[in-house]
Design a binder for this molecule. Structure first.
Ligand code: SAM
Length: 505
């Protein structure tokens, strides 16, 4: 933003709660609050967007920052739009409904680049930015939703999501992020509930049965139709509940699988570990591109199937670039074998990929299916159940070049380093907190030649990248992918190569 906050506030002068200050908003936080600065002092303003020129009332004042609400808008950001969702102001699901989709894309691309420069200490030219993959139709993309349920004061059914940072239920007739099939199903759930006579759980009295419903819908492969799975979360099962399920199945033939989750926990946990299958299929089959995955109630599966394919295609592009490079530099080039040129590079061993933090093995399975010339893909994940799913998915897709290990990525990679087993390519897809620093140290020490880092949080990616670059890695390509339109979340994929000679101070 070119405009700056120029109000002359002495560095020793701090504000008080209730003060009103004029501000230009320059950026947004990961929580969706606007960021403005006065003489280096940061003010976070709820619901403000980059480009807004406003007066804020401070509601919290700390030594290094303050939090404000909008008191008066002098000039709206040119990127402000009327939120497409009528519930946006109340519901806590989205943060960027008021920002045009173009503005969201600009914000997300800038956020990645500025994090890599500010936290990762990279020069802009070192980022090797290769573009941002926006979503062509950025609505109705979610394949999973958890709808909270309650009986309203006037005896009407309330179904929807919690207001931000609260347990106030916002009753929504539809949600622009959930799939269209899930939206149609919500209507029928409401209808069937109205006739059911089931009691609803009351958070205050801790009495009643029905608490929430999870709806999962599939993104079908060619020629197949969308299927839905319902998980009904309740404190108890009754004949009325079973009747409701039967009625619902008659109302919507897309319901192919129903589970009940008994959750009598007095706290806020959405679901317990007890899932009872009561009707239809035990699991659904969903797809990323043409790679199939078994989906059960607890399966971790990316919520935006369309953009996950875009993300995984970027991983494949990077892996392919590495394979081409290895093939070009390999002394034992071989003749084409079943169309899989390069199968016996590396002195006959072929190419090994480690898929660290693999979850249900989806990235590895996608790469394995697209690139059968890779000799081995080893998935590593700490959750045993996810590895069970990964193995089942490998069988479902007829993959013979995948292996899976249950364990901590940092420990598994340290074991490999000890045995001097060097993978050709390491894929990293850690949780939001990023990689354990010992894993980064091991990768640097073993000089793992190529890394593809998939990250859902630019700040922790940048932190890890600074270490990797200092340890001899060079960024070859950076791409952003919008997996969560209307929210501040963004995915980044970075291709890195070890270039020990170019270690950075
Ligand atoms: C962002 S998810 C990635 C899932 C998967 N790659 C995908 O695309 O669906 C991160 C995964 O890392 C796992 N995880 C977290 N810490 C880990 C660790 N130290 N070692 C191995 N896996 C870990 C989590 O259980 C989770 O499945």
């Amino acid at each position: 933003m070119s405009k700056k906050n120029t109000k002359n506030v002495g560095s020793e002068k701090r504000f008080d709660k209730g003060d009103q200050i004029e501000l230009y908003i320059e950026d947004i936080t990961e929580d969706g609050d606007g960021i403005g600065k006065i003489n280096g002092y940061t003010v976070f303003v709820h619901n403000a967007l980059p480009g807004d020129h406003l007066v804020t009332t401070l509601i919290k004042v700390k030594k290094n920052y303050a939090i404000g609400i909008i008191h008066q808008m002098h000039e709206k950001s040119p990127m402000r739009v009327k939120a497409p969702c009528p519930y946006a102001a109340k519901c806590g699901g989205c943060q960027l409904q008021d920002l045009s989709y173009e503005g969201q894309v600009e914000y997300k691309a800038n956020h990645i680049k500025s994090s890599l420069m500010r936290i990762g200490k990279l020069e802009e030219s070192e980022i090797k930015w290769d573009g941002f993959k926006a979503m062509t139709e950025p609505l109705y993309y979610r394949n999973k939703g958890i709808y909270q349920l309650a009986m309203g004061k006037k005896g009407e059914i309330e179904m929807g999501f919690y207001r931000k940072r609260s347990h106030d239920l916002v009753d929504v007739a539809y949600c622009l992020l959930q799939s269209k099939v899930a939206n149609a199903l919500m209507k029928k759930v409401r209808e069937a509930l109205r006739l059911s006579g089931i009691s609803f759980y009351d958070e205050l009295t801790k009495k009643g049965a029905l608490r929430r419903i999870m709806i999962r819908t599939t993104t079908p492969n060619q020629g197949e139709s969308v299927e839905a799975m319902l998980v009904i979360v309740t404190t108890a099962v009754s004949s009325k509940l079973m009747r409701f399920v039967k009625d619902l199945e008659v109302l919507d033939s897309k319901i192919k699988s129903v589970y009940i989750n008994i959750n009598d926990d007095l706290g806020n946990t959405n679901m317990s570990d007890q899932f009872d299958h009561i009707s239809g299929k035990v699991y659904l089959t969903d797809y990323i591109g043409d790679v199939a995955f078994k989906i059960s109630p607890q399966s971790f599966f990316q919520v935006n199937s369309v953009q996950t394919e875009v993300l995984y295609d970027e991983v494949v592009t990077n892996v392919q670039a590495i394979v081409d490079e290895i093939r070009a530099s390999s002394e034992d080039q071989v003749e084409e074998k079943d169309g899989n040129k390069g199968l016996t590079v590396n002195g006959g061993k072929g190419i090994t990929v480690m898929d660290l933090y693999c979850g249900i093995g989806s990235i590895g399975a996608y790469v394995a299916k697209k690139m059968p010339s890779i000799s081995k893909i080893i998935g590593v994940e700490v959750i045993e159940g996810a590895i069970e799913d990964a193995k089942a998915n490998a069988i479902l897709n007829g993959l013979s070049n995948t292996e899976y290990v249950v364990g901590l990525a940092e420990e598994v990679i340290a074991d490999l380093a000890e045995k001097h087993e060097l993978p050709d390519i390491v894929i990293l897809d850690p949780p939001r907190k990023g990689c354990d620093s010992s894993l980064i140290d091991t990768l640097i020490a073993m000089k793992a030649p190529h890394i593809v880092y998939v990250s859902c949080k630019p700040s922790t990616l940048a932190r890890d990248l600074e270490l990797l670059v200092a340890g001899g890695y060079e960024v070859k390509r950076t791409v952003g992918v919008d997996m969560f339109p209307m929210s501040t979340h963004v995915e980044t994929i970075i291709l890195m190569a070890n270039s020990c000679s170019k270690a950075k101070k």
